[in-house]
Ligand binder design. Structure first.
Ligand code: SAM
Length: 226
C-alpha cells in the first residue's frame, strides 16, 4: 500500500517506489498530461511533476502557498492547464480563474474545464485586467507564470483589481524572458525591486528563491499587498 503524507491542505507526498508530489484527483480515472494515477484506499492521487510546474517546484522549495479547499485563485498564464489542473484539485470547493491568451492552449483548457467545474477559462491578455474584470471575483491567491518582460506590471495591475487585502501573489520570474544576456541574479534583483515599487504602496516580498534544480534560471516569489 503506498504511503501518503499530507504536506499542506490538498497537497500530498505519496510514496510508491519513490516519493511523488501529488494532489487528490477531482476527476477520478482521468489523467491530464500523462501523470501517474495512484489509488490509495478510496482516494486517487495524481502525481505532480515539479519539472513541469513552477508551482509544484515552489511547493517543494517550501513556499507557503496557503490554499484551502474553498480558496479562489486567479491563474495568469494557464497554458494548456497542466498546473491549473492541480490547483483545481486543491481548491476543490473553490474556483480557478485561468487566463491565457494563446487560442491553441485555450482549446485544451476549455476541454479540461468541461470536466472540472471549478475551472473558469478566460481567453484574454493578462496585461489588460479590465477586459475580464466582469468574470473574476476577489481572490485569495494570484499565481502568475507568463514569462513576459513586463511581468511586475502585469502582477500589479491584477493585484490592485482582484487580490483580497489578505491575499497572496505567487510569481515565477524567468530571467531569460526579461534579458537573455544579463546575469540571472541581477535580473532577479531588479525584478524584485520592480515588484516592490510597481504601485503605491507596492508588494511586500515574503519569500524569493531560485527554482533549481526543477527549473533553470527561474525565481519563485511570494508577496502580499503592503
Ligand atoms: N503555468 C503553465 C503551467 O505550469 O502549466 C505554463 C505557462 S507558460 C510558461 C506561459 C504561458 O503564459 C503561455 O501559455 C503563454 O501563452 C501565456 N502568456 C504569456 N503572456 C500572456 C499574457 N499577457 N496574457 C495571457 N497569457 C499569457
Amino acid at each position: 500500500m503506498p504511503e501518503v503524507k499530507k504536506l499542506s491542505d490538498g497537497i500530498f507526498e505519496v510514496i510508491k517506489d519513490k516519493k511523488h508530489l501529488a494532489t487528490k484527483n477531482l476527476d477520478p480515472g482521468k489523467a491530464v498530461y500523462g501523470e501517474k494515477l495512484i489509488p490509495v484506499q478510496e482516494t486517487e492521487y495524481r502525481t505532480w511533476d515539479p519539472r513541469r510546474s513552477k508551482l509544484g517546484a515552489m511547493v517543494l522549495k517550501k513556499f507557503n502557498i496557503s490554499l484551502k479547499e474553498n480558496s479562489k485563485v486567479l491563474y495568469l498564464g494557464a497554458a494548456s492547464g497542466t498546473t491549473v489542473s492541480h490547483v483545481s484539485d486543491i481548491v476543490s470547493e473553490g474556483a480557478v480563474y485561468a487566463v491565457e491568451f494563446a487560442p491553441r492552449s485555450m482549446r485544451d483548457l476549455i476541454r479540461l474545464a468541461s470536466r472540472r467545474k471549478n475551472i473558469h477559462p478566460i481567453l484574454a491578455d493578462a496585461g489588460k485586467p479590465d477586459s475580464y474584470s466582469h468574470l473574476v471575483e476577489p481572490v485569495d491567491l494570484i499565481f502568475q507564470d507568463v514569462a513576459q518582460p513586463n511581468q511586475a506590471e502585469i502582477a500589479a495591475r491584477n493585484a490592485i483589481r482582484f487580490l483580497k487585502r489578505d491575499g497572496y501573489l505567487l510569481l515565477s520570474i524567468k530571467a531569460r524572458s526579461i534579458d537573455t544576456a544579463a546575469n540571472p541574479k541581477e535580473v532577479f534583483k531588479a525584478e524584485v525591486k520592480k515588484l516592490e515599487q510597481a504601485f503605491e504602496p507596492g508588494f511586500e516580498i515574503l519569500n524569493a528563491k531560485d527554482l533549481k534544480p526543477y527549473h533553470e534560471d527561474h525565481l519563485g516569489v511570494l508577496a502580499k499587498l503592503r
